[in-house]
Design a protein around this ligand. Sequence first.
Ligand code: HEC
Ligand code: HEC
Ligand code: HEC
Ligand code: HEC
Length: 94
Amino acid sequence: MKACMECHPDKAEATVHVKKGVHCESCHGAAKAHTEDWEKAKPFVPSTRADCTRCHAMIVSRPAWYPQIDPKTHNPDSKCVHCHSIHELPAVKK
Ligand code: HEC
Ligand code: HEC
Ligand code: HEC
Ligand code: HEC
């Protein structure tokens, strides 16, 4: 995380995830090669619903306080990032 912040300090500021301890690489994948040569090794950028539901799909074993949705009923026709902004405020786009 520290390695990422040197070059991307702006990416953590409005990011609920980072404040709650979700590491950049939990979403962007292993990115060590990118820190050594940022031009050649571009990290993964999440965009599909599956990229988000792997952590947020409703599962009974997840604690009740943990934010989770039913992917079948929660705005099933759009990508999560169409409405939810990860790195900018407001967190839910107007
Ligand atoms: C030495 C500086 C440097 C470090 C360290 C660094 N990055 Fe980057 N990164 C860049 C530059 C420069 C770009 C290209 C410009 C941009 O998109 O901001 C970039 C682009 C990206 C992108 C966009 C890729 C795309 O296809 O658009 C992601 C995601 C990313 N970095 C994540 C990370 C993560 C996660 C880390 C820590 C593991 C990290 N970066 C560490 C410099 C760095
Ligand atoms: C919860 C998942 C998540 C976490 C954690 C996360 N990101 Fe991202 N990041 C995204 C998504 C999704 C995008 C695509 C743009 C958007 O929707 O905001 C993105 C975009 C970016 C981009 C620009 C690439 C582009 O094409 O827009 C960079 C650079 C980046 N993230 C770096 C980081 C760094 C550095 C951290 C840790 C401080 C981090 N991210 C943590 C999900 C995440
Ligand atoms: C690696 C697991 C992980 C991934 C992947 C992930 N999240 Fe999260 N998300 C979390 C955690 C952990 C929290 C914070 C829970 C808490 O402590 O409240 C959170 C919080 C949230 C919240 C509620 C907080 C807020 O912003 O208001 C939303 C909405 C959210 N995530 C959307 C997304 C979206 C959209 C994606 C896909 C781009 C995504 N998440 C990807 C783990 C993840
Ligand atoms: C059409 C817009 C839209 C789409 C698409 C969308 N959401 Fe949401 N989502 C919302 C709104 C609006 C809320 C309620 C916002 C609030 O908390 O104020 C919300 C709330 C949430 C919450 C918080 C639930 C809680 O317990 O507080 C999570 C987590 C979440 N969405 C995840 C996702 C994920 C993951 C996807 C993709 C599979 C997704 N959303 C797609 C608009 C959307």
